[in-house]
Design a protein around this ligand. Sequence first.
Ligand code: MG
Length: 254
Amino acid sequence: MKNLLLALTLLPISSLAFSQANDRGEVYEPVPALVTGVIDGAPPSDAIVLFDGSNLEAWNRTADDAPARWLIEDGAITVQSGVGTIKTRQAFGDIQLHVEFRPTDVIDGSGQGRGNSGVFLHSLYEVQVLDSWENDTYVNGQAGSIYKQQAPLVNVSRPPGQWQSFDIIFKAPVYSSAGELESPAYVTVLQNGVLVLNHFEILGATFTESPEYAARCGPYSQEQRIQDCSGKMPITLQDHGQIVSFRNIWVREL
Ligand code: MG
């Protein structure tokens, strides 16, 4: 009887949905969605797969929106020099992004000329892809850097020809309706499972002479410093004229 009374007393509490903490500090709602995690390298159940080894249907060439034409071979895509940088057809805001990359083991350059590509978040902020195995260059341009803004915390690069990974958490910049920057972008990056960038505040676009956020909102234009302020932009993979492969690319919208 005592237990029954106790159960009846507790019932309304456990069945009520709390969007705020109750007087015991407990929160019951919203309930986190059920998601399968990464299993044997396969994406989580709520991920958007951008490349699973079979086709480039999620990608276009950045220059003219034509279908992407990178080489698909053995479950990977490889930069075809001169074919151009590619971008996702879908635009994204805040994301968790997984991408695996492999600089070629055919060494015919040094510094920035060795295994150079890049993952551009929001099309504007480059997480550098480079063969940084025993390859000196400026540290804010080595693999895992935000290009010319921030060096990685450590160099965990593997020898060329080996697969590596980036796991990236990106917080998109926020603009007011008038186009004023309200909150900058932030990025956290794990390379090969090791933290290399910890909630770094991105200083602005990485391809300009000095990092800057766009001056105003409108249809995106690099030349005129106009930013798409919808909060969503494509992800791009850079054609830097060097042989780098990618595979198992997926993204989760946050
Ligand atoms: Mg690059």
